[in-house]
Design a protein around this ligand. Structure first.
Ligand code: CUA
Length: 174
């Protein structure tokens, strides 16, 4: 009787282990087979020559549909533009990439935190509640001058921003 009870427990334990292993295998295959949520690629070697990230396109702009987009490039060891001008209380779409190695940035006092990978466009949306001057340091080690790589972010009143944006195609506060 005791031996039978022991066997039952052993079978139960083995069943649990097999179930857990099966779950690991199933989830690994499942995720490996799924396409990633959303990936936009770009050739990092020609960023400055053509397309969305040429110098004249960097900075903040009002799109034809009225939304606000800011385009930023990270490179060893700076961001372009060096100072982002953004409207308060307005959803701002960030589109950014790197022209050399992996960089990243956070914006002080906010939950903005993104990685810039050469070959990929990092996109996200953020809203800044109040006008403020903030700093935007690189937070991925990218070489000897990593610690010196940072930009500024100036969030200004929405009305002032849209007034300025009416005059210039791309805004920054460099
Ligand atoms: Cu760029 Cu660290």
């Amino acid at each position: 009787m005791a031996a039978q009870a022991e066997l039952r427990w052993a079978i139960l334990v083995i069943a649990i282990v097999v179930f857990l292993l099966g779950m690991v295998v199933y989830m690994s295959l499942h995720w490996a087979l799924m396409p990633p949520a959303r990936i936009e690629t770009i050739d990092p070697t020609t960023l400055h020559l053509a397309g969305e990230f040429t110098e004249g396109n960097l900075g903040t702009a009002i799109e034809p549909d009225g939304s606000v987009t800011v385009r930023v490039i990270g490179q060893q060891y700076s961001f372009t533009p060096q100072c982002l001008l953004l409207p308060a209380n307005t959803p701002v779409r960030f589109r950014s990439t790197s022209s050399d190695v992996v960089h990243g940035f956070i914006i002080s006092g906010t939950n903005v935190n993104v990685m810039l990978e050469p070959g990929y466009i990092s996109t996200f949306e953020a809203t800044f509640k109040t006008p403020a001057d903030r700093v935007m340091p690189c937070h991925e080690f990218c070489g000897v001058a990593h610690a010196a790589m940072w930009a500024r972010v100036r969030v200004i009143d929405k009305k002032d921003f849209f007034k300025q944006a009416g005059k210039e195609r791309r805004l920054s506060c460099v």
